[in-house]
Design a protein around this ligand. Structure first.
Ligand code: SF4
Length: 327
C-alpha cells in the first residue's frame, strides 16, 4: 500500500460472508468499528481485534486487521498481552454480555485496575444469542423473552457502573442502530490513553423480543402532539452532562463517578447513551511499566530480536526452566 494512500472503509472489509441474523445489532457495531478505524486513518496492519465466544466473537473475521478469535470470556488477556508486547498497535477487544460479564467478569474487573491503553466493546443484547437466547448477566430480574420458559430470576450487572467502580478511565455507552454516534464514541475510546469501555445496546431480533429496535425507538408510545414515537434513547451530550474529570482531585473523581453511576442506572422511559466518565489523570499500565523498566517503551518485547547473528535464541531461558524443575 502506498504510504500516501488515504484509507477508506473498503480497506477494513474482508471478503468473508457474514452469517449474523438479518437485522442484528452486530452489523452496526461492525460498521462503526470500520468507520472509526478509517476516520482515524489507522492502517490495518497497525490494528488488532480480539474476540471471545458468541455471536460477537465472529466480528474480527469481518475486519481487515489482525483478528484473533480467542476462547470464551478471554479476549481481554489476549488483547492486554498484545498491547504490552507491541504498544504501537491499536488494540480493540470485543465481547458479548455473556462472554464479558459472565465467564469473563474477572477479566473485566481486573482490566480496570491496570488501565492498559486499549478499547473494550461489550455487545449488550441481554441474551446468549449463539446458544439460543438464554438470559445473559445483563438481563434484568423478572424479564421474560420468548426464548425463556420462565421469567429471569437473576438480577442484572450494569456494565457502565461496573466499569466505573473497576477503574476504567473512559466509559461510554452507544446504540448499535446509531452508527454515526457509536463511531464517534469508538474513535474517542481509541484515542483515550487508558482502558476504555464502550457498552453497546445491541438488539437481538432473534431471541430478545422485549428490548427491540422498536422498543428503544419508543414506537409503543406515540406523542399525541406530533403523532411520532417518543424515543427512549437520548444523548448525554445534548443535556449538558459532562463526565470528564478536569482537575484529577480525589473529590472531583468521586463526585464524577457517583454522577456517572447514577446516570448508568437510568432505564425504562429514558435511556442515556454517550460518554459517562473520563479520567485522563490515571497513568496507563505501559507508563507504570516504563517507570520500572525505562527502556520498555523504546524496546518493548515485539521489537526485541529473538535470535542472535549466529541464529541462536537471543534469550537464554535455562535459568527460568531450572526454577521449574522438581528435584
Ligand atoms: Fe444477532 Fe441474536 Fe442472531 Fe446472534 S442470535 S446473530 S445476536 S440476532
Amino acid at each position: 500500500m502506498a504510504s500516501q494512500q488515504r484509507l477508506t472503509l473498503a480497506h477494513y472489509r474482508t471478503p468473508l460472508t457474514n452469517d449474523w441474523c438479518p437485522g442484528c445489532g452486530d452489523f452496526g457495531i461492525l460498521a462503526s468499528i470500520q468507520m472509526a478505524l478509517a476516520e482515524l486513518q489507522i492502517p490495518p496492519h497497525k490494528a488488532a481485534i480480539f474476540s471471545g465466544i458468541g455471536c460477537s466473537g465472529k466480528l474480527p473475521h469481518f475486519v481487515n486487521a489482525y483478528g484473533i478469535h480467542t476462547v470464551h470470556g478471554r479476549p481481554l488477556p489476549f488483547a492486554i498481552g498484545a498491547k504490552l508486547a507491541n504498544p504501537s498497535l491499536t488494540v480493540i477487544a470485543v465481547s458479548g454480555d455473556g462472554d464479558g460479564l459472565g465467564i469473563g467478569a474477572g477479566h473485566f474487573v481486573n482490566a480496570g485496575r491496570r488501565n492498559v491503553d486499549l478499547t473494550y466493546i461489550i455487545h449488550n443484547n441481554e441474551v446468549y444469542g449463539l446458544t439460543k437466547g438464554q438470559a445473559a448477566p445483563t438481563m434484568r430480574l423478572g424479564m421474560k423473552t420468548k426464548a425463556l420458559a420462565k421469567p429471569n430470576i437473576n438480577d442484572a450487572v450494569n456494565p457502565v457502573a461496573l466499569a466505573i467502580v473497576s477503574g476504567y478511565t473512559f466509559v461510554a455507552r452507544g446504540y448499535a442502530y446509531d452508527t454515526r454516534h457509536l463511531k464517534e464514541l469508538i474513535k474517542q475510546a481509541i484515542q483515550h490513553k487508558g482502558t476504555a469501555l464502550v457498552e453497546v445496546l445491541q438488539p437481538c431480533p432473534t431471541y430478545n423480543d422485549v428490548h427491540t429496535k422498536e422498543w428503544y425507538g419508543g414506537e409503543d408510545r406515540i406523542d399525541p402532539a406530533t403523532g411520532k414515537p417518543i424515543p427512549r434513547i437520548y444523548k448525554l451530550e445534548e443535556t449538558g452532562y459532562d463526565g470528564v474529570v478536569k482537575t484529577g482531585s480525589e473529590e472531583e473523581v468521586i463526585e464524577k463517578k457517583a454522577r456517572a453511576i447514577a446516570k448508568a442506572y437510568e432505564w425504562g422511559d429514558r435511556i442515556p447513551i454517550g460518554v459517562f466518565y473520563v479520567n485522563p489523570f490515571v497513568p496507563s499500565y505501559e507508563e507504570r511499566i516504563a517507570k520500572l523498566a525505562p527502556s520498555y517503551l523504546q524496546a518493548p518485547p515485539a521489537l526485541q530480536p529473538i535470535r542472535t547473528r549466529s541464529l541462536k535464541p537471543a534469550a537464554d531461558i535455562t535459568p527460568f526452566l531450572e526454577e521449574l524443575l522438581i528435584r
